[in-house]
Design a protein around this ligand. Sequence first.
Ligand code: NAD
Ligand code: TYD
Length: 359
Amino acid sequence: MKNVLVTGGAGFIGSNFVRYLLEVDQQVQIVNLDALTYAGSLENLKDLPDADRHTFVQGDICDRDLVRALLQKHQIDTIVHFAAESHVDRSILSPEPFIQANVIGTFTLLESARQYWMVEKSMPIEQVRFHHVSTDEVYGTLSPEDPAFSETTPYAPNSPYAASKASSDHLARSYNHTYQLPVTISNCSNNYGPRQFPEKLIPLIILNALTGKPLPVYGDGQQIRDWLYVTDHCEAIHLILTQGKSGETYNIGGNNQPANLTIVETVCDLLDELQPQTDPHRNLIKFVTDRPGHDRRYAMNISKIENELGWKPRHNLSDGLLDTAQWILANPSWVAAIQKQREYQTWLTKNYETREKSS
Ligand code: NAD
Ligand code: TYD
């Protein structure tokens, strides 16, 4: 791994991965291709360690000419593909951009890699790798007694977001099976941590609580996610790149599975200590209309990556939530830049003003 193309590296996980990779690998050169949608920001790439080894390119992964030119110009041997539309609620209200970025975008990258590495034979095939970053949501939903998702659980995506990611996984798999393109796939559970766009549950709740706004809990708040601190995810991806086997899929999860309401209450209690108010933050909790088709429970069986690559999550939820809240408090300019975005304010209105108070 010498010249790495990271897609979506100005977003939440991608920017944490760029930072992580520059720190753990002193040789690697990174080209970061990101369209800077509402979710991507150069703020996320400030103060990179050893920034000389990082080149940012603003552009769309669907732009085949641009992708091909970048592969050739930088002699890319490794692609780590994060770029995507990533928010389930947005996919419900407006699915089309998800098909474009997640399906067409992934196809464009796979096809460009195949042309450059396999048709043009630009470098020995043993030296290249396409890593596709995906989600546990492709597996659908679990009832309380079901075993956790494993790598062989049949796909059953329920939201347009999950369906678009499932499609991209199938394309990545097919490029390995048909063309022997060296592909690995990881399916990861919900991430949280610094630089997560505050449309997702944890940063949204932290920011709303800090500004005295209602804390919207969908439905009964008893839905379960398997929360993973973002740098643990970055470490797992790096291990898959360096030690994972081409053609394999790895599930990544946090072994932290509280109900949403418990997460929100935990954040409230944490903020009561960090930013005491006369009224406890829990008083801001508001149950609102549920998400249509809302998956009830996700849980990941991570024994494959534990046994084969020796990875396990390092952070427990209380330390991770404390780090996340402290990071947000310590970075008011990052918060201000997002709150200033008209698009963000429009999203909050669109998603929340139509949800009635359900209790
Ligand atoms: P994000 O929404 O924070 O960032 C996505 C980035 O992709 C943004 O910087 C955006 O500008 C960029 N992007 C979007 N469309 C693009 C396009 N057409 N061309 C170039 N860039 C484009 O997302 P995230 O939470 O960092 O997720 C990253 C990846 O990880 C996604 O593929 C997502 O499906 C997957 N994933 C996320 C989670 C999670 O909990 N956030 C969990 C599992 C898997
Ligand atoms: P989210 O962070 O959007 O991630 P995902 O939908 O990919 O799991 O949501 C996490 C959980 O929190 C999910 O069950 C939906 C719920 N949720 C709320 O209850 N209120 C909110 O305002 C948001 C954004 C999510």
